[in-house]
Write a protein that binds this ligand. Structure first.
Ligand code: HEC
Length: 471
């Protein structure tokens, strides 16, 4: 084993000092994101004034002048943002112990003050699964700065960091495998070699730029780790050995919340592509992450993660309209006082065609999604040549057939628009007690089968919203 690992520069301070983390309070400050407020998603304790926030002078808003029924309904049900919070947001957040609390990547929206602070707040700050991070939410990553021998000393942005446990090994002058035990750091650009050295000894410092309370840009090296380091592949990936006595420290470092520029590990650094998306973007409902999660897409890009609201029916059209108009009219510097003011349905651009908000986005239309799910997962058995269960789900006329009754349960239609619980095809997909035969899609190899949760919830959403054929 390499005696130098972890102790090369640590000898002065003793090996336990190989890792240094300072300023833990810094973690959680939006990285380079200017004047965003710090939101502690985990604590659950937020300052909240139980009195409804009052504003001295409510902004003047003309009532809606048109005759669209949906807008009139929305205006009557949700005159203010507080009404929307009370009747919709709170409802979708709190049943079953509070979906918003259980899923870390979802902001806490229990109180109007929390709801208001979702405006301009970063999204996916603490995603449970890295695959669930949306590129648009990725922020500029923290940077590493190397000091020691073997690597260049330029600061390089961190893509993502991972600790792979296992016994530390000395790879000498050869390249370690990509899954070698140790602390892996993936970088935005290759780390240069010093004097052509195949490996490096020294300290990797973790550096963050942030804006302090006074609005000044500050830099801080908040942690560092001493080790032996090897570059892997094109040198955008380095691995440092982690000795047994260092494991806890490294786990702590990884858990402290290094801001990763490519948190979802897909090679795209979201913040390089454009300004990071916020949870709710004042003036831009279509570009708000929370709304993207409800619709399953943003600007034509799929938004990963299960469809919001979890375990609840999707928002109705008037509810969506109220949310869209609230967000569209929300000023960039607005705070929770804004919620008690009237929602401006009259000037809201979405009041022109609210029915357009119906399917919660293009992601769940018949042509662009549902039909394809059937073709892909069911067409092998339910095709015109040999339709299993006497049902064809491939080719022309499929939509019309779905509205007719099931062969297995003749008093139920395969699809009952608006009512998944009385749609036999949907019951077959979730393996409901009322079905005859097997849960679909049947897999002959395992004898069982199921669509993914996302596919199931898209089909459910489509049925709830009227199962429209919108070719
Ligand atoms: C490997 C073959 C196979 C695949 C794949 C398959 N099915 Fe089936 N399906 C069958 C068979 C066999 C039956 C009849 C026996 C049964 O219901 O278990 C059937 C019956 C059905 C029925 C009952 C028809 C009626 O009129 O009541 C529905 C609904 C259904 N399938 C839907 C689907 C859907 C939706 C998918 C894709 C998500 C799918 N199936 C995938 C083989 C398959």
């Amino acid at each position: 084993m390499d005696q130098r690992t972890g102790s090369h520069r640590g000898s002065r301070r003793g090996p336990r000092r190989a890792l240094r983390i300072v300023l833990p309070a810094l973690i959680g400050l939006g990285a380079s994101s200017g004047c965003r407020e710090f939101i502690d998603y985990n604590s659950g304790n937020l300052d909240f004034d139980p009195e409804r926030p009052q504003i001295d002078e409510a902004p003047e808003v003309e009532p809606y002048a048109g005759d669209d029924e949906i807008v009139l309904l929305a205006q009557q049900r949700f005159p203010t943002g507080l009404d929307l919070h009370k009747k919709v947001i709170w409802r979708t957040c709190t049943p079953n112990g509070g979906v918003c609390h259980n899923t870390k990547e979802y902001p806490d929206l229990h109180t109007p003050a929390n709801f208001a602070s979702a405006f301009s707040a970063p999204c996916n700050v603490q995603a449970g699964e890295f695959e669930g991070v949306f590129d648009g939410c990725e922020q500029s990553g923290d940077r590493i700065r190397f000091s020691g021998y073997g690597f260049g000393t330029d600061e390089i942005e961190i893509g993502w960091v991972e600790f792979i446990p296992g016994e530390a090994e000395d790879y000498g002058d050869s390249e370690p495998p990509v899954d070698a035990p140790g602390l892996h750091i993936h970088l935005a650009s290759p780390i240069p070699a010093q004097d052509g050295s195949p490996r490096a000894w020294g300290t990797v410092g973790f550096v963050r730029t942030f804006v302090n309370a006074a609005g000044e840009v500050q830099e801080s090296a908040y942690a560092s780790f001493d080790s032996t380091w090897w570059p892997i592949g094109d040198r955008t990936h380095i691995v440092g050995t982690v000795r047994e006595y260092q494991v806890e420290d490294v786990q702590e470092l990884v858990a402290t919340g290094i801001v990763m520029g490519d948190a979802n590990r897909n090679g795209v650094f979201g913040a390089h592509e454009g300004a990071p998306v916020s949870m709710l973007e004042p003036g831009d409902p279509v570009g708000s992450y929370l709304i993207g999660r409800m619709r399953g897409e943003m600007h034509g890009e799929p938004v990963p993660g299960s469809r919001m609201p979890l375990a609840n029916p999707p928002l109705s059209v008037d509810e969506m309209l109220a949310l869209f108009c609230l967000v569209e009219g929300f000023p960039a510097d607005g705070d929770s006082a804004m919620l008690s003011g009237p929602i401006d349905y009259n000037r809201c651009s979405f009041s022109e065609d609210p029915a357009d908000l119906n399917l919660l986005g293009d992601g769940v239309t018949w042509a662009s999604r549902i039909k394809l799910i059937f073709e892909f997962n069911c067409g092998g058995c339910h095709n015109e040549d040999s339709p299993q269960g006497n049902l064809t789900l491939l080719g022309d006329g499929v939509y019309e057939r779905l509205l007719q009754s099931s062969g297995q349960l003749s008093d139920m239609a395969l699809i009952e628009p608006g009512d998944p619980d009385n749609s036999y095809l949907y019951l077959k997909l979730i393996g409901d007690d009322r079905i005859t035969g097997l849960q679909m899609p049947y897999n002959p190899l395992t004898g069982e089968g199921s669509l993914s949760q996302a596919e199931l919830s898209d089909i459910e959403t489509w049925i709830i919203n009227g199962a429209v054929e919108d070719e």
